[in-house]
Design a protein around this ligand. Structure first.
Ligand code: AMP
Ligand code: MG
Length: 521
């Protein structure tokens, strides 16, 4: 296995002089050197074929001991110096001070086919940033991260990736719902991959410590490698940088709303400076369309990170990033202007994204009303978001309202809510929708094809991941690969896999791991 290793982060940014994994406050540094923990019996459970290719690693190499050792922490690759990054953040709206990579260790940076990748182990033991925790990750959350990262990539959502999923052979104690029921669980390591893992929090920590020198070094570094078209290292460059981070973040959120993804923990330390979905913890997928839903039981009281709140939280987080960058810009006006562009930009992009989902290619007055009325209807009766939008493509211009309802009613979770008022509203909506479709030029087939490229047929429903987890706990890893293969082509019909194009089964409605997830991982 020959990797083209070109470490820049450790070369260009300030290092913590202490080379130990012991927990501490790390000042005047962007990262600390660490040594991954040696697992007692490492075993690779799954690898992503696409990610292997991206890195130039062959299938045979991925089955060898060297691969296994490097990507579980058993061995450090020659000429590399693993490190954990120092960052801070706002958690659930409150300033939390230094957080950092408490259980993430960057192994190396690799350049392949002109693409730069950082490779990072998650769950490879204590670092200076582990605070009160153990630096380990459990199998269930690692399966969820591995499968979802790759599924999101294939859905076309900007995301960090996952190269491999492995068992360490060791066990860790976790209290899943934080309710006094700790139990031993298998621990696992995922090798995450992204151009960079830099977060909003990496900038926030320097601002909080009034360390403008390191703040500038980190911004210059980020621009140089990840926003290279931005020239110069002056105020104007930083203003442009802020604007582009905002745009990338906004695009990511639009994608989340399009596919029904709820991140669950949008703390500023979980916001990528590249606008990638990062830190898959208690995330979930909307089944019944409910903007107030969050899978995260840790957030059950305030539901700060519920589906419908993700756009405003993104903006809130961008305000915090603005505060962090302010010492380099020292001018409110351009920054406020950028922040103000968010709501307008979101409204516009969201509108067109929804029209795409509806198969409407032209713009007409009244479209906003159509979208609003749909959202109201979707909430009035529990309606499966994925099935509804996918089946919508089966509707033909020539259909009447009853035909149309017939084609989507499989998406309703119950028939009991379908009382006369709800029914009337759906009829009214389809009447308008069908009129609207008739004014479109595209044929039924053309429209269906386009709709099916933005409305996925298969997503990683919460219960699907849980089934793979239950099997894996018993030592059966087949379902991990089955789901991974399925989710590589989320927009394809895959008629042989239709058992996964189904509503959430009843047993999963209120089950831990399916609709209830905590930050415990
Ligand atoms: P998260 O909610 O997963 O984004 O984590 C918030 C912070 O807690 C980050 O600094 C993590 O690195 C840290 N953290 C989470 N789980 C662990 C763990 N098991 N061991 C050490 N640090 C952790
Ligand atoms: Mg995190």
């Amino acid at each position: 296995m020959k990797l083209n290793i070109q470490n820049t982060f450790t070369k260009e940014l300030a290092a913590d002089p202490i080379k130990e994994n012991t927990r501490r406050q790390v000042e005047d540094a962007a990262f600390s050197y660490v040594t991954p923990r040696i697992p007692s019996a490492p075993k690779i459970l799954h690898t992503s074929e696409e990610m292997l290719q991206e890195l130039g690693i062959s299938k045979e190499e991925s089955q060898g001991d060297f691969f296994k050792n490097i990507f579980t922490g058993a061995e450090v690759h020659p000429n590399t110096t693993p490190y954990s990054m120092c960052y801070a953040g706002h958690q659930f709206g409150n300033w939390a001070g230094q957080l950092g990579d408490g259980r993430a260790i960057n192994l190396m940076e690799v350049v392949h086919n002109n693409k730069r990748w950082a490779l990072q182990l998650k769950g490879a033991g204590e670092t200076p940033y582990s605070r009160t925790a153990d630096g380990m990750a459990v199998l269930r959350s690692s399966i969820r991260e591995h499968l979802c990262s790759e599924a999101m990539y294939h859905l076309g959502v900007p995301t960090t990736r996952s190269l491999s999923l492995a068992l360490t052979g060791d066990e860790v104690m976790r209290d899943i719902l934080y309710n006094g029921n700790p139990a031993l669980e298998k621990s696992a390591v995922v090798c995450r991959v992204a151009p960079s893992f830099i977060r909003f929090g990496n900038f926030q920590i320097f601002m909080a410590r009034k360390d403008t020198k390191n703040l500038k070094a980190l911004v210059d570094y980020t621009i140089k490698y990840f926003y290279p078209h931005i020239k110069g290292n002056d105020k104007n460059a930083y203003i442009q940088f802020y604007k582009e981070v905002l745009d990338n973040t906004l695009d990511m959120i639009i994608h989340w709303q399009r596919v029904g993804f709820v991140h669950g923990v949008m703390n500023t330390d979980n916001m990528s400076i590249l606008g990638l979905t990062i830190d898959y913890g208690p995330y979930g997928w909307l089944e019944g369309y409910d903007p107030d839903w969050t899978p995260n039981t840790t957030d059950a009281a305030g539901k700060r990170y519920r589906f419908g709140n993700q756009p405003s939280i993104a903006l809130w987080n961008l305000v915090q990033l603005g505060n962090a960058l302010y010492p380099l810009i020292e001018e409110m006006e351009p920054m406020e202007e950028i922040l103000n562009s968010f709501n307008q930009g979101f409204a516009k992009k969201y509108h067109f994204m929804m029209l795409d989902k509806l198969g409407i290619a032209t713009h007409k007055e009244g479209d906003s009303k159509l979208i609003l009325a749909l959202q109201k209807n979707l909430r009035a009766i529990e309606t499966d978001m994925t099935i509804f939008f996918r089946n919508l493509a089966n509707i033909k211009k020539e259909d009447n309202e009853s035909d149309a309802i017939e084609k989507i009613k499989e998406a309703f979770y119950t028939s009991s809510d379908f009382d006369s008022e709800v029914k009337e509203n759906w009829h009214a909506w389809f009447k308008n929708y069908l009129i609207r479709l008739k004014s479109e030029n595209a044929t039924n087939e053309e429209r269906a094809k386009k709709m099916n490229s933005v409305n996925p047929k298969y997503v990683l429903r919460n219960y699907m991941a849980q089934l793979a987890i239950d099997d894996a706990d018993k030592g059966d890893y087949k379902l991990i690969d089955e789901l991974y293969q399925l989710l590589k082509k989320p927009y394809d019909e895959q008629t042989e896999n239709e058992k996964w194009f189904a509503k959430r089964p009843d047993w999963a409605r209120n089950k831990v791991g399916c609709s209830m997830l905590s930050c415990s991982s």
